[in-house]
Design a protein around this ligand. Structure first.
Ligand code: NCD
Ligand code: ZN
Length: 343
């Protein structure tokens, strides 16, 4: 196979940031992706419909002339979220999902949820109106080992929450374990799960063996190899509940390379080339379109993009880093040559 044309892909989990960083990274996503679910973990977070509208306007203003891209906005769920505001933002077509961060789980999650009883009215309302909940699925309990936090979250938080809210559409985001794959497979179609590009490529050895590699550190942290293989099987196996959410999360090198560095892998520029490599390696090139372009829209009840993207079997240049006014941002290095590129 030397070329593959698929419906234009979407990214169902993306950090665009704001200001100078957004201006630098947005073109890399818009070049390949028609739409993306935009994470609301700005400082301060995007909590209300009015804030989401203002953020969408800033994104559109930052989009270079001649590029087309549709940001699918989300609201950051807090214990003070107003269900009426959420419902209005959804009814207007602006907001496509609500994001649940357990308080303290990851970058800019301080305003997230600690008392799950306090979000009950919003969850019930979302179930009524068919608005999906995107979940960062990790417990934050200091006593739980960081490599176990996703599996424990499923048992302690996610499953009880779903049972208490029948009909609520939930996306398990950036899953990293075979536990999450197994749980997802056993549910009805109200449950979807996104998988990042980097979690298909790295395991925890990449972060920790032979010297610490901050550019491979993200949350949820990559797990052992058996979990990576379970994610690969889920992504390349053609099951419709699994779809691409890159979690491309740019931080400047200055903020990554610290004694306490930020979590996040920046994969927007080379995600499609890496995915072509991964799906080819697993003899699953015919499944790439489902994973990147079809399963996500089906879950969200949106049309598949009418235009296309073509990958050719020609080497991609190494991406190195993207310059921003705040300093360079290192692009995720998959650790192998990229034999595919986007035409
Ligand atoms: C994300 C970020 O930097 O905003 N970081 C990450 O490691 N994925 C936050 C998140 O999605 O957890
Ligand atoms: Zn994220």
């Amino acid at each position: 196979m030397t070329s593959l044309t698929i419906a234009r892909p979407d990214d169902w989990h993306l950090h665009l940031r704001d200001g100078a960083m957004m201006r630098a990274v947005l073109p890399h996503t818009a070049q390949h992706f028609a739409r993306a679910i935009i994470m609301p973990n700005l400082v301060p977070p995007v909590v209300t419909g009015a804030q989401a509208m203002a953020y969408r306007d800033r994104i559109m203003a930052a989009l270079p002339e001649g590029m087309s891209f549709e940001p699918l906005m989300t609201l950051y769920l807090t214990e003070d979220t107003d269900p009426d505001d959420v419902a209005a933002a959804h009814a207007s077509g602006l907001v496509k999902a609500v994001k649940l961060y357990p308080a303290g789980a990851t970058t800019n999650s301080a305003s997230g949820v600690a008392d799950f009883g306090k979000i009950r009215a919003t969850l019930d309302r979302m179930a009524q109106i068919g608005l999906p909940l995107c979940v960062h699925g990790e417990v934050t309990d200091a006593n739980i080992d960081i490599f176990d936090r996703e599996a424990v979250f499923i048992d302690r938080v996610l499953d009880p929450l779903r049972r208490a809210t029948p009909g609520l559409k939930v996306v398990m985001e950036h899953i990293t374990t075979s536990n999450a794959v197994d749980y997802a497979r056993a549910q009805d179609d109200s449950l979807g799960a996104t998988i990042t590009t980097h979690h298909l490529v790295i395991n925890r050895n990449h972060i920790l063996a032979g010297g610490i590699k901050p550019h491979y550190y993200c949350l949820p942290v990559a797990k052992r190899e058996s979990h990576r293989l379970a994610l690969r099987a889920a992504a390349t196996g053609g099951e419709t509940r699994f779809f691409l959410g890159t979690d491309s999360a740019p931080h400047t090198d200055a903020n990554k390379l610290l004694p306490c560095g930020c979590a996040g892998c920046f994969t927007a520029p080379n995600t499609m080339a890496i995915l072509a490599h991964v799906f080819e390696e697993d003899s699953a090139m015919d499944k790439l379109e489902g994973f990147a372009s079809r399963n996500g829209p089906a879950f969200y009840g949106l049309p598949v993009n009418a235009d296309t993207l073509t990958l050719t079997r020609t080497p991609s240049p190494k991406h190195g880093h993207v310059d921003t006014e705040d300093g360079p941002v290192t692009v995720f290095d998959p650790g192998f040559e990229l034999n595919w590129s986007v035409q």
